[in-house]
Structures are given as C-alpha cells and as structure tokens.
Design a protein. Sequence first.
Length: 244
Amino acid sequence: MTVLAPKRPTETVRYVSDWAPQLGDDTISSFTLTVASGTVTVANSDQSGTQAVEFFLAGGTSGQTSTLSLTVVTDAGQTLQRDLSIAVSTTAINTFPSTTTKGTIVNMAFEEIGLAGYNLDATSDEQASALRRLDALMARWAGPGMNLDVGYNFPASVGSSTMNDASGIPDMGLDAAVVDLALSIAPGIGKTLSVETRIRYRQSFNALRATFAVIPEVSLPFSTLRGAGNKPRSTWWPFQGSAN
C-alpha cells in the first residue's frame, strides 16, 4: 500500500505515481485509476512522461481514509497494480495547496484588465478564448526553456478545458498565472496593464521560478561561447564545455 500525503477536504491536490524503478526500460501504454473506498474523487488523471501517472484528488470527508486502485498496462504486456491510500483531514498541511478552478483564473485575469465578470463585461466568446490561451500558456511554462511545471491540470488537447476544471496551479502561483494570462489577452481586446501590475507580475513570477523551475542537467557542448555563467577551462580557450 502506497500512502499519499494527506489533504484537506476543500483542496484539489496533484499526486504523481512513479513506476520507473519497477518498469526498467518498459513504458506505460495505458492505465486505470479507481476509488476503491472513501469519498475522495479523481478530478483528473493522465500520464506524466512514459513511466509515471499524474492525478488530481478532490473532496473527501475529514477524518476518513480513502483507498484507490491504480493499474497500468505496459508496452511489453505487463499488467501491474498499486494500491493507494490517502487520509483527509481539516488539519492536513499541504506544501502547495491548489484550491482554484480554471474559470477562477480566467475571471481574475479579466478583472486585471478592467472586465470584471460580475459586470458581465467579458463575453462568453472572450472567456472561451481566454481558457484556450490559459492551456497554451501553461504548456509554454512547462516546456523547454522555462521548465516550470507547476502541476497544471492539462486537458487532452488545448481548448478542451472547461471553466469548472480544477486548475492544479498552487495558490502561491495564482498571481503570476493570472497576470500572465491578462498580459496575453489584453492586446486582443484593446486593454493594457498598469506598470504596477507588470512589476507585481515579475516579482510573483520570479518567486514561482525559484520554487518550481527545473534546471536541466545537460553538459555544455564544445562550441558553447564563453560567458559570465560559462567559465573556461583555460584562458587560452575561446570556447569551453564538453567535447563529447
């Protein structure tokens, strides 16, 4: 039985089940995740790479432990099962709680550019467009160059999210996500963000990168130019790095 970190009833929390040590060179071709007992629900699930399963758990009754069954089928034809348990408690402490939906982020982004939802200033088409942009924006965050995987609840394809989907974005990163989305949608509807908001965005985003950014562990190629962060082996070499 694999014991997951506990969660609060009001939280939607991201978990990852890593199968790499068990699979070796094999990879996951499909999986099923079901709640065997208890009141938590699976908000979303997907593969994370070729040897791990990512899933979001929501709800649950405080004081109750839920169990789940995770079965994976591999490309080599193996069928493997793992039992999971999670305790739900109002006193649980999650390092990075996530309590927002994608719709909340979209509405907050419109508020940043002066189109508050309660005034019905943003049309349904504009909201749908912003939701697509949020999917694309989070894919850019997680992609090469930024390496900022904050646990976003990605849909099967860009644009297939709904406003009620759990975002998966930790609450500590909400401000950066909201303002970045606002920066993305503002030009298309003739709006601009204030200097103060842009400064706040830089501060929020820098804090988020310090927490979540993954630094690639790749040796520098032989042709990499010498620079401030790229020290030479010898002052006589105009280039530095690995010759392999």
